[in-house]
Design a protein around this ligand. Structure first.
Ligand SMILES: [Fe+2]
Length: 498
């Protein structure tokens, strides 16, 4: 995230965890590459996704002159199947009846039937379209083969392959794709572009993130005197503004971080210590990251209440400006907000909404993230305050955003998601939330309008995402809800009795 000099803002590129694809070609390219990579990585075993055992040489299902079936099955099996078969002579419609019986027995839904006289013999040919559970496809075909002749499975409808997303928190080890857009080696706007020593130091610190794996402690960084001076300067500049410009949730958490000895202008906090603090407050934890992540990977981590955090610090020559997120932006802007329960819940909701959605929907969610978590304003009585980390780590834009210069609009997700945004100067418009609860509810409604055709929930005990795409998974969720409702009902009774 970029911050700018208060008195002399200069039109440089704004770094951010995300860049909207329609406005930022590099972002779009990156997402498309991600999607391709994800697709290819999840397409190794076509049997696995449908719960089918791989065929073996002893398999008797496709062993009787059914090359055509084998070939098609080894291609791409949809849940909606199109199957043709034939029969000879008088057995014609009797065979259809037998096939229908097979569908009944396997709880396969018959969608469509066509028949025609066979050109090859005096029998009939049938074409049926069915919806079959993926787990019974093989037994269905085997049963048909025993019942009728010349069974051929056609791939009439090939659904889009599901977009991979992490299921367990350890899967975040695979969610580390960097955009590389604002790295000092590549971006000649970067203040460290000509400073070889800075670039070497940044790479050294970033290597901690490259080596990090789920479950490990985050390696400490031994910051040097120059880095601590930069931190202290930024810290003091922002600290002066927080009580008058930051939302009460940020002010409260920042004070607590100072009171417990984690925050001070005199040293740069270590991520492991801050992560432990957050875990106890809201269940959020930190994971080191080497630079700007792709939107899909970054949002996915939020679903697990994991915040991917940089450890290096901006260049000392430009303490109020950085074209990429650094520890000042993360620790002074984001962390205090993530210590608030409602905001943590809201952040996780964005992450959950992002799992398995299309690139277009990722772009919308990234834009929503931009105008809330990074540049959001909120109402506090008659006042408007900032809760976005991009503002809370940039004194110049923090004062500008709360002045009468930019436009303030109410938070409406459908409009926010397509709002154009700036990467070369301050925003022209900021969105004002009534409360985090209100913003969360609106976000949830908006997420329901997206193209994903299943819901997900997070199981904090197993640190696992559960797609609610089967009756069993929904039943498990209802069972958990019933247990909660029973507890709450009992609590209410006990409270009202005393
Ligand atoms: Fe950020």
């Amino acid at each position: 995230m970029m911050s700018r000099p208060v008195s002399k803002p200069r039109p440089v590129r704004r770094a951010h965890t995300f860049e909207g694809s329609t406005l930022y070609p590099s972002r779009k390219t990156s997402l498309i590459e991600d999607a391709r990579r994800d697709s290819s990585s999840s397409s190794v075993d076509i049997w696995g996704p449908f719960g089918l055992p791989s065929p073996t040489e002893h398999d008797d299902v496709f062993s009787e002159g059914t090359e055509e079936v084998t070939n098609l099955v080894n291609g791409d099996i949809p849940k909606r199947l199109c199957v043709s078969f034939s029969s000879r002579g008088d057995a014609g419609f009797a065979s259809l009846a037998k096939a229908v019986k097979v569908f009944e027995m396997t709880k396969t839904k018959l969608i469509h039937v066509e028949s025609r006289a066979s050109a090859a013999n005096d029998g009939f040919e049938f074409l049926v379209q069915v919806d079959a559970k993926s787990c019974i496809v093989r037994s269905l075909l085997a049963s048909l083969k025993k019942t009728v002749d010349s069974v051929v499975l056609h791939t009439e409808e090939v659904p889009k392959r599901a977009i991979w997303f992490p299921r367990h928190i350890s899967d975040l080890d695979k969610c580390t794709h960097l955009t590389m857009s604002y790295e000092p080696d590549l971006d000649n706007d970067h203040p460290g572009f000509t400073d070889k020593e800075y670039r070497t130091r940044r790479t050294e610190i970033a290597s901690i993130a490259f080596q990090y794996k789920y479950g490990k402690h985050i390696e400490k960084v031994s910051y040097n005197e120059s880095e601590i001076q930069t931190w202290g300067y930024v810290y003091r500049q922002l600290q002066q503004l927080f009580t008058t410009h930051a939302c009460k949730e940020h002010v409260t958490a920042f004070s607590e971080l100072e009171n417990v000895g984690l925050y001070s202008p005199d040293f740069i906090p270590q991520l492991e210590d801050v992560s432990n603090f957050l875990k106890a407050k809201t269940g959020f934890q930190l994971r080191p990251v080497a630079g700007l992540l792709t939107a899909r990977d970054f949002l996915a981590s939020l679903a697990f209440r994991v915040f991917q955090t940089t450890q290096y610090i901006r260049h000392s020559s430009s303490p109020m400006h950085t074209p990429e997120p650094d520890c000042c932006h993360e620790l002074l802007g984001h962390i205090p907000m993530l210590a608030n329960s409602e905001f943590a819940q809201f952040s996780q909701e964005i992450g959950l909404a992002s799992l398995g959605v299309s690139d277009d929907d990722i772009t919308k969610l990234a834009t929503l993230y931009w105008f809330t978590v990074e540049f959001g304003l909120c109402r506090e009585g008659e006042q408007v305050r900032a809760y976005g980390a991009g503002l809370l780590s940039a004194p110049g834009e923090l004062m500008y955003a709360l002045s009468d210069q930019p436009e303030h609009r109410p938070f409406q997700p459908a409009k926010v998601a397509i709002q154009e945004y700036q990467d070369k100067n301050y925003q022209s418009v900021y969105f004002v939330s009534e409360s985090f609860e209100d913003t969360k509810q609106k976000l949830r409604s908006f997420a329901n309008s997206m193209t994903r055709n299943f819901e997900v929930r997070y199981d904090p005990f197993k640190q696992t995402i559960i797609p609610l795409d089967t009756l069993d998974n929904v039943r498990d969720t209802v069972r958990d809800l019933k247990a909660h409702i029973t507890t709450v009902t009992s609590a209410l009774e006990k409270i009202t009795m005393h």
